[in-house]
Design a protein around this ligand. Structure first.
Ligand SMILES: [Zn+2]
Length: 263
């Protein structure tokens, strides 16, 4: 009974309504703590992987150009809505790393990585924009915080003080699993259908605001579907999410098109 009331208490003090999705979330971690840890892990990741320098690669330039257009559009939108607080501490960075994985992610504070493998599927700027919009939507909708909070509760890890210190291997591993999904499964196999649909919904809106065609998302996920058939293990190919995803994207499209002004 006591444990139950403690959980209720935690739920009560930690639940907040997300400014962009309007949905109540259990977020146990201060955004500033997550941004600090994200910066540490981002630097470690960039040191360990082959970052493609801007200036030597048209692709790296494209990643930065598309990323900055989307982050500018989001910043303007949040300013107009009077919810700029939500982006405090965001210092956007967009890096392309050399890896065959079809993957991309955005950590709290706007630390983004795109893998070259993704650009083999998302070949043009609009396609890249809908993927980046999706990853950035996960970050600004605080999906990572929510998943991290759920993981800590499920594992019985205490949330107190700075959970992510240098020597705390367990909590740091949970952090990395949530924010830097290590394989293309991060893109393909959603941990939470609800989070994926929210990221798809706001991702195409953010892409459209930045002047990219949100309809490209349908083409992108169709391509991912055909990759599924050829390259992805059978157990994953049976996962219904891509078909469902395309159906939902079609439902979101009218709204996204109202934001779309071709660049
Ligand atoms: Zn996602």
């Amino acid at each position: 009974m006591r444990i139950f009331s403690i959980f209720l208490f935690i739920f009560f003090i930690s639940c907040e309504r997300n400014a962009i999705t309007g949905r109540r979330q259990l977020n146990l971690f201060p955004e500033a703590d997550l941004q600090k840890q994200a910066l540490t892990e981002y630097r470690i990741f960039l040191n360990k992987n082959k970052v493609i320098p801007i200036g030597s690669s048209k692709q790296a330039e494209m990643v930065k150009r598309v990323g900055l257009r989307i982050s500018d559009a989001i910043t303007n939108y949040y300013n107009q809505k009077g919810i700029y607080n939500e982006l405090v501490g965001y210092k956007w960075e967009f890096n392309l790393v050399n890896s065959k994985e079809i993957n991309a992610w955005c950590m709290p504070g706007g630390k983004v990585v795109v893998y070259t493998g993704l650009l083999d599927v998302a070949k043009n700027e609009d396609a890249l924009a809908v993927v980046l919009g999706h990853e950035i939507a996960h970050a600004v909708a605080h999906h990572g915080n929510e998943r991290l909070s759920q993981s800590f509760i499920a594992k019985g890890i205490q949330v107190a003080g700075d959970a992510f210190t240098k020597n705390n291997k367990e909590t740091n591993a949970v952090f990395n699993a949530v924010f830097m999904p290590g394989t293309q499964l991060g893109l393909l196999m959603p941990n939470s259908r609800n989070h994926e649909l929210e990221a798809d919904h706001f991702g195409i809106i953010f892409a459209a605001m930045a002047g990219y065609d949100p309809r490209e998302s349908i083409l992108f996920w169709n391509k991912m579907n055909s990759l599924n058939e050829n390259k992805i293990p059978e157990w994953l190919a049976t996962h219904p999410s891509n078909t469902k995803r395309i159906q939902k994207l079609n439902e979101f499209m009218d709204e996204a098109m109202t934001f779309y002004k071709p660049r």
